[in-house]
Design a protein around this ligand. Structure first.
Ligand SMILES: NC(=O)c1ccc[n+]([C@@H]2O[C@H](COP(=O)([O-])OP(=O)(O)OC[C@H]3O[C@@H](n4cnc5c(N)ncnc54)[C@H](O)[C@@H]3O)[C@@H](O)[C@H]2O)c1
Ligand SMILES: O=c1ccn([C@@H]2O[C@H](COP(=O)(O)OP(=O)(O)O[C@H]3O[C@H](CO)[C@@H](O)[C@H](O)[C@H]3O)[C@@H](O)[C@H]2O)c(=O)[nH]1
Length: 444
């Protein structure tokens, strides 16, 4: 099938590349001309493991192309995917201005019947709005169907997820549109779930809100473990053995970040308010997450009294491993709090440093290796569990840091081993080594 994909960010580019890899002819449209030039050369503008190889392969096979021009991109397209950003507005609602612009452009340039598929995460009801905008902009009367096809890929494993996702959700209000998009996706061999448009839109928000809730829940439990002397890893291992709970997405840490959970939880809270059904649980999830992002700095302040003049190495800056994405990374809040407390902050990330420079406070300096970040630092904080950072041996910290003090926001190391290595080790929901704790006198 001939397909246009509008927007070539993390979702659009991966979608375009994956659709071309299963045999479709794909033209990706983006307004960013520099990006388009780069992609035409087979270079990915984002860091996503495995993406560039498949991209190059399909460009060479003549199935994948890039353009800035809607007219060219839509000329032969039977299907057009919308994959532009839906960032958070100041009031927490989803900003639909990129969606509106794309819908207008599709309406203005569509030359024949077309199925428009929304991959972007959009509030319930938005696909009706998209259809309206397209129809208002059409030159002649042609058939435009809209389909909600939310995306569930995770950054860092986006290529794997595109080919091995758990489900493909297709929300349509005509059988023919649903069938067309089912046909497009059949070669992936992923289970397809068909429903109506509004339910499909809601599945996306509900899924992200549920996953965010799981993380805030486990973070609250980890803080209780800290206070009561239990170990969060043993607790989640025991919880996860219950098939109804499941053992995934139970890692306590420094809060969720990224381009999706923070904005999508806020958007759903706003949507719920507008619908007259306030979502108090989700409000608490967000509040817990904001608190959790500050936890490591609170622990450091408790340990040192004052952080004035202390040098801190931040290891890992991206919101999760295997991505260069810094959107809503907990490292932003942590670096801000540390700078505010008078600390000298040295950051290191294997991939995200250039993006970090745009969002971290100007006072932060950057190292090119973890070792360089730690040398002359009074303590280190692990913020992103990159393989490379997890692989740093405890005795290396001991030789690099001024004092062997480590705050591990991702529970990468074993507290017992840290103690054996003479490291003062603070982590999330697990015993701190080399510090006296008062035993609780009564469980009540
Ligand atoms: N990033 C993820 O992991 C992820 C996963 C699932 C769903 N989503 C959702 O997918 C959508 C896209 O997210 P993203 O992270 O890929 O966004 P992104 O910001 O990385 O990319 C958006 C792209 O759209 C382009 N663009 C903007 N306006 C345009 C226009 N008028 N015409 C053509 N191109 C235009 C931009 O230049 C940019 O390249 C969002 O709604 C997001 O919530 C994201
Ligand atoms: O047990 C866990 C799992 C994740 N996280 C954090 O949660 C955030 C999000 O992680 P993850 O979900 O792996 O990455 P994303 O790329 O943001 O993917 C989420 O957001 C996407 C955009 O909507 C969806 O498509 C995906 O299904 C959904 O997992 C990161 O900060 C992680 O560190 C935890 O703290 N503990």
């Amino acid at each position: 099938m001939n397909i246009a994909v509008v927007g070539t960010g993390y979702v659009g580019l991966v979608t375009g590349v994956a659709l071309s890899d299963i045999g479709h002819n794909v033209t990706c449209i983006d307004i960013d001309i520099e990006k388009v030039k780069k992609m035409k050369r087979g270079e990915s503008p984002i860091y996503e493991p495995g993406l560039e190889d498949i991209m190059k392969k399909n460009i060479e096979k003549g199935r994948l192309d890039f353009t800035k021009c809607y007219e060219d991109g839509l000329k032969n397209a039977q299907v057009a995917y919308i994959a532009v950003g839906t960032p958070e507005k100041e009031d927490g609602t989803a900003d639909l201005r990129f969606i509106e612009a794309v819908a207008e452009s599709i309406g203005q340039h569509a030359e024949h019947d077309i199925v428009v598929v929304t991959k972007s995460t959009v509030p319930v009801g938005t696909n009706d709005y998209i259809r309206e905008i397209i129809q208002q902009n059409l030159f002649e009367n042609m058939k435009v169907d809209v389909v909600s096809n939310p995306e569930f890929l995770r950054e860092g494993s986006a290529v794997h997820d595109a080919f091995h996702g758990d489900r493909i959700v297709i929300g349509a209000d005509t059988q023919s549109a649903a069938d067309t998009i089912e046909q497009v996706n059949l070669p992936f061999g992923i289970p397809i779930y068909k429903t109506d448009i509004r339910s499909a839109e809601m599945i996306k928000y509900a899924s992200n809100a549920f996953l965010a809730t799981k993380i805030s829940f486990v973070n609250e439990i980890s803080n209780l473990c800290d206070a009561l002397g239990a170990n969060i890893e043993d607790v989640t291992a025991g919880m996860g053995m219950d098939a109804r709970i499941g053992n995934k997405f139970l890692n306590a840490g420094i809060g969720y970040g990224g381009s999706c959970f923070p904005k999508d939880t806020s958007a759903l809270v706003q949507l719920a308010d507008q619908a007259g059904e306030p979502f108090e649980l989700l409000r608490s999830v967000i509040k817990t997450n904001d608190k959790q992002k500050r936890l490591l700095v609170e622990k450091a302040k408790e340990r040192f009294g004052s952080l004035q003049g202390k040098t801190v190495a931040l290891l890992g800056l991206a919101f999760k491993p295997n991505t260069d994405d810094m959107r809503e990374a907990p490292s932003i809040t942590i670096a801000q709090e540390l700078v505010l407390a008078g600390a000298n902050v040295v950051g290191y990330d294997p991939i995200a440093t250039e993006n970090a420079k745009n969002v971290l406070p100007g006072a932060v300096t950057y190292a090119t290796t973890a070792k360089e970040a730690c040398q002359n630092a009074d303590f280190a904080m692990i913020l992103t569990e990159w393989d490379e950072i997890q692989a740093i041996q405890l005795d290396e910290y001991k030789s690099w840091l001024n004092e062997p003090i480590l705050f591990d926001g991702r529970n990468c190391h074993n507290p017992t081993k840290a103690k054996q290595n003479g490291i003062e080790y603070h982590s999330i929901g697990r015993p701190t080594t080399q510090q006296q704790k008062q035993p609780a006198t009564s469980p009540n």
